[in-house]
Design a protein around this ligand. Structure first.
Ligand code: SF4
Ligand code: SF4
Length: 661
């Protein structure tokens, strides 16, 4: 078979090539406009071209490749994931094929000869075009029968236009190919082209059809390319970049505010206390807003949105994306969402976990919350009381009848002795002041004593400050954290066991930025270690029955600890999983300071308790005092039995003394 001839049956085909030059310039101009928009944000994470090499440390090539290029997260929803895969990989293949044709025209690269022509230029390119067409049809049909997550609060405009355009590019390409083959010979491998040639086009008008569709295909393709940066398809460029610049470690990564400028009389600029206008956000946040697909996957998993509260993480990000295009940098934008929505966020990070383009939604919400609290003094009433209690009494449990030492009444608990004690057992505020949580501390003391661990507590411990941080009061958090760090330094504390994932998160994520570096281990991991080392003698004759485990957001999604608690549970009972577990777990509703919230709509803890009880488990295990309190309360809607227990309480019931040897 003779090799294909460039511009066969076409006069002045070079016009398309020449038109490609302005098209590429328009494409680049569109990207330049996108960059101009993103560049208006404060320079923190995304480096400008000139500072690229200083900022390169924040770029994560593996995340760029796995999440951005391979689109690893998109396949969590199989149907749209596969359709997206068809579209993306089909287009990549067609892009390579088009460039090979250009190389053939310019340099005579022999791409239309032999097996390469048969398997790549004919078969693979036909297959790629077909896959793109399948993807386009899928996404256009989905625009017609839109799921709730795409519609609410608003559907993105422009998808139908750009999708239809791409569909026409592919169809005209196939008709053009069919006409070429019909006028000559069918080609082994070109299965779609052959089908068009033999079944649809016929010999009679093949030459005219070929000429006509060649031009239409070429012009449509050029228009499509020029339109990409101005259409929703711009995400094919922005999304991988956003994935590359997102911190791939688990959690929201709120950072710690630097207030030193407030004490510096020469400071020219004071730090923004949260955000109420666009100019308060960094370039990374602007990149987040611009990269959003408006897919609503975040909204679908959000515990607040799922329980009829006004918060939608998608709503927050798309509102900001729209503001980016039509609002002045110094105009206030915080009014575009309600205070209730801003405080509804439990900071559970479920939205971040599912976002296919690695957007950090909670960080934007928290920046608004910080502004409301620290700049405007606005906070829901109960949260305000908790913050006042933290200010006055170093713990947020206002109105508690408990004293600081009540949880350990009648219990011999060693106090940390500098130079002698190895671990500080950090009690935290919830175990100290909430009666239902006392037993976590008591159980853990028993476990540590049975395992002969060298540990001690602080006589008068205060809160880590985490609730203040979650409720947006960074000042108060920094103040409490500094006091704790000073106390720890004076006692020479280096190793800490926590029973509350919020304390663990504060000690490991935030305290180091304030100068407090410790070796911190959550109690679930510590118990697992003691079991592995044979330091706990568990009564294997008893059985704990069916136990389901609720992943606390601050241990699981925010810190990646999923397996240790499950291994501990499996030592004493049969682990049964809830439908949403591990990184897809559903929040108990207590995070983000919402333990102190007056909830509207369905209560999140009741929703989660129902899911736990649906497993027919005898016990709901948790590894967080806040989850314990929330689920203990949530279960009451369905049963009077006490079903929720902390992992330490469960293990404690199975402990036997280690026989003397
Ligand atoms: S962090 Fe949780 S509660 Fe907050 S917006 Fe995301 S999913 Fe919703
Ligand atoms: S933030 Fe992420 S998950 Fe949410 S709509 Fe945008 S792209 Fe989708």
């Amino acid at each position: 078979m003779a090799a294909r001839i460039p511009y066969w049956n076409i006069n002045y085909g070079v016009i398309i090539d020449l038109l490609a030059i302005p098209v590429i310039l328009i494409f680049l101009y569109g990207l330049y406009l996108q960059w101009q928009g993103i560049k208006k944000g404060r320079l923190r994470v995304i480096p400008s071209i000139t500072s690229m090499f200083q900022g390169i440390g924040t770029f994560h090539p593996a995340a760029f490749f796995v999440k951005g290029i391979l689109n690893a997260k998109i396949y969590r929803r199989p149907a749209s994931g596969i359709a997206h895969g068809c579209l993306f990989w089909g287009m990549v293949t067609l892009f390579v094929g088009t460039n090979l044709v250009i190389l053939n025209i310019v340099f005579g690269l022999p791409v239309f000869n032999g097996a390469f022509n048969r398997w790549f230029m004919a078969f693979l390119l036909d297959l790629a075009g077909l896959l793109v067409l399948i993807g386009v049809v899928f996404f256009l049909l989905r625009r017609l029968f839109m799921p709730e997550r795409l519609k609410m609060p608003e559907a993105r405009k422009g998808f139908v236009l750009v999708g239809s355009l791409l569909g026409f590019v592919i169809i005209t390409g196939f008709v053009m190919e069919g006409a070429r083959l019909s006028a000559g010979n069918l080609e082994t491998g070109a299965f779609v082209g052959n089908f068009f040639a033999s079944s649809i086009i016929g010999k009679a008008n093949a030459l005219q059809i070929h000429t006509m569709t060649w031009w239409v295909h070429g012009l449509l393709a050029l228009f499509f390319i020029a339109y990409i940066p101005f259409s929703p398809l711009v995400h094919i460029i922005l999304a991988p970049v956003n994935c590359g610049f997102a911190d791939p470690s688990p959690g929201v990564k709120m950072g710690v505010m630097d207030f030193s400028a407030f004490d510096d009389e020469d400071a020219e600029e004071l730090p923004a206390l949260g955000a109420d206008k666009l100019s308060d956000f960094t370039r990374k946040r602007f990149l987040d807003f611009s990269s959003c697909l408006w897919c609503g996957r975040c909204q679908e998993v959000c515990p607040a949105h799922n329980t009829e509260k006004p918060l939608s993480p998608k709503g927050v990000i798309v509102t900001m994306a729209q503001k980016l295009n039509n609002t002045e940098m110094d105009e206030t934008v915080i009014d575009s969402m309600s205070m209730e929505a801003i405080f509804n966020c439990t900071t559970c990070a479920a939205c971040m976990e599912v976002c296919p383009v690695s957007i950090n939604q909670p960080k934007t919400i928290m920046r608004f919350r910080q502004n409301l609290v620290m700049e405007q003094g606005q906070i829901p009433e109960l949260m305000g009381k908790a913050v006042s209690s933290l200010e006055q009494r170093s713990h947020p449990f206002f109105g508690t009848p408990s004293g600081a030492a009540e949880w350990r009444k009648d219990l011999e608990v060693p106090v940390f002795e500098p130079g002698k004690t190895q671990y500080l057992l950090w009690i935290g505020c919830s175990i100290t002041y909430e009666q239902r949580a006392w037993n976590i501390g008591r159980a853990m003391v028993n476990i540590l004593q049975k395992a002969n661990v060298s540990f001690g507590i602080l006589e008068d411990s205060r809160c880590t400050g985490d609730p203040a941080k979650q409720m947006g009061n960074e000042f108060l958090f920094a103040e409490i954290a500094q006091q704790n760090i000073e106390d720890f330094s004076s006692l020479g504390i280096q190793k800490i066991i926590t029973m509350c994932p919020h304390c663990y998160n504060s000690f490991t994520r935030h305290y180091p930025k304030l100068g407090g570096e410790y070796e911190v281990i959550p109690h679930a991991a510590f118990i697992k270690m003691l079991i592995d080392e044979g330091k706990l003698n568990l009564d294997t004759k008893k059985t704990g029955g069916r136990i389901t485990y609720h992943d606390p957001c601050y241990l699981g999604r925010r810190n990646g600890l999923y397996e240790d608690p499950r291994k501990v549970i499996s030592c004493v009972g049969n682990l049964v999983e809830m439908s949403r577990n591990k990184n897809e777990s559903f929040c108990c509703g207590g995070g983000g300071g919402n333990y102190w919230a007056e909830e509207t709509g369905t209560r999140i803890n009741q929703e989660r308790a129902r899911e736990a009880l649906d497993t027919n488990a005898d016990t709901i295990a948790v590894a967080c005092p806040f989850c314990l309190l929330m689920l203990t309360d949530g279960v009451k809607k369905y049963t009077e039995d006490t079903r929720a227990f902390d992992i330490a309480e469960i293990v404690d019931k199975f402990l036997k003394d280690i026989p003397e040897t």
